[in-house]
Design a protein around this ligand. Structure first.
Ligand code: SF4
Length: 226
């Protein structure tokens, strides 16, 4: 598999926040978010290779029952992802897959953590990735397939209060239960996150959504592999 890093930390976002977890970060992504916090998997993807078997061996070095497969976009390496999740499942791991929810592949997973990308993620219009990003960033059919097949959470990265109407429209169109929706502030420094927290919490209260901090950013900022 193409990957960029494998490390042991705590889950920093979402409903399993705080749980010690091994993170396996695959490389490459079909989208190009302007604020991507892992550009080394998307804009300038790292290209390291590891076999499925070796990645399971590397994961098992840690005394940990939770594995988070993240990216990049893990589902673009569908065949390898199926094999990896199957082996991890056989060994009893709790498997979370973090995805931009644009590609559906059936895998063994305990939690599908979707993060559909809003308009605030678009690269500039004159960027060569703009058209593809804008066309592919939301796939209602894929989001529905995951919701119908797995325990899911749907995390939205929110940049400004104006993003709310796009979330509400999408929620109505796909019929996403409010309790599965989490809003997270957009930002790669603790200070930027702090500036957005107060109004974002208010939006959550008004709409019955859950607020998710981003603990890894609060603690380590832009540092990698933590
Ligand atoms: S979907 Fe995720 S990995 Fe891909 S460009 Fe956006 S933030 Fe980066």
């Amino acid at each position: 598999m193409k990957y960029s890093e494998l490390f042991y930390t705590i889950q920093g976002e979402g409903k399993l926040i705080g749980i010690p977890s091994v993170f396996f970060r695959t490389s490459y992504c079909n989208l190009r978010c302007i604020w991507c916090d892992t550009p080394y998997t998307s804009w300038n993807p790292e290209n390291k290779d590891i076999t499925v078997e070796d990645s399971v061996t590397a994961i098992s070095q840690f005394e940990c029952s939770h594995v988070v497969i993240t990216g990049g976009e893990p589902f673009i390496q569908g065949k390898e992802l199926v094999a990896l999740c199957s082996l991890l499942d056989e060994q009893g791991y709790h498997i979370t897959i973090e995805t931009n929810a644009t590609i559906f592949v059936e895998v063994n997973a305990d939690l599908i953590s979707m993060s559909p990308k809003l308009e605030n993620s678009n690269p500039p219009e004159d960027n060569r990735f703009f058209t593809r990003h804008q066309r592919e960033r939301i796939s209602p059919k894929v989001i529905r397939q995951f919701l119908d097949s797995y325990d899911c959470q749907v995390k939205f990265v929110v940049d400004s209060p104006e993003d709310l109407s796009e979330i509400q429209t999408l929620q109505q169109e796909i019929n996403i239960p409010s309790e599965t929706i989490l809003l997270m502030p957009q930002g790669i420094t603790p200070q930027i996150l702090r500036e957005k927290q107060a109004w974002l919490v208010d939006l959550c209260k008004e709409n019955g959504y859950r607020y998710s901090p981003r603990v890894h950013v609060d603690i380590w900022g832009e540092k990698r592999g933590v």
